[in-house]
Design a protein. Structure first.
Length: 97
């Protein structure tokens, strides 16, 4: 699919699509090609391959976010001090002295 149609179909700005290409988030020969085989030629995209790739990236990002949140929750839980009855009595005695 030509670049203009691909950007509309994917709902991405042309600059975003080109940035993804430059940063190799979209791979040459797999997600896009130079239609004439020359670097300054028009670019065509494989929409099905891009969608599949974006699904994989989304799943990986969601898993990373889940792991980050889990670690944050663990850190918060570990930061909370708790006291059982014997330790609470000891704490009260220390505060009162």
């Amino acid at each position: 699919m030509p670049e203009k149609e691909a950007q509309e179909f994917l709902g991405l700005a042309n600059s975003t699509l080109r940035l993804m290409r430059r940063e190799r988030k979209l791979l040459p020969g797999e997600h896009w090609i130079f239609a004439t085989g020359k670097p300054n030629g028009p670019v065509h995209y494989d929409i099905a391959a891009i969608r599949k790739h974006l699904v994989e990236l989304t799943i990986a990002a969601a898993k990373e976010e889940d792991q980050r949140r889990k670690q944050e929750l663990t850190t918060r839980r570990n930061a909370v001090e708790t006291y059982d009855a014997p330790h609470l009595d000891q704490l009260i005695a220390e505060v009162q002295s």
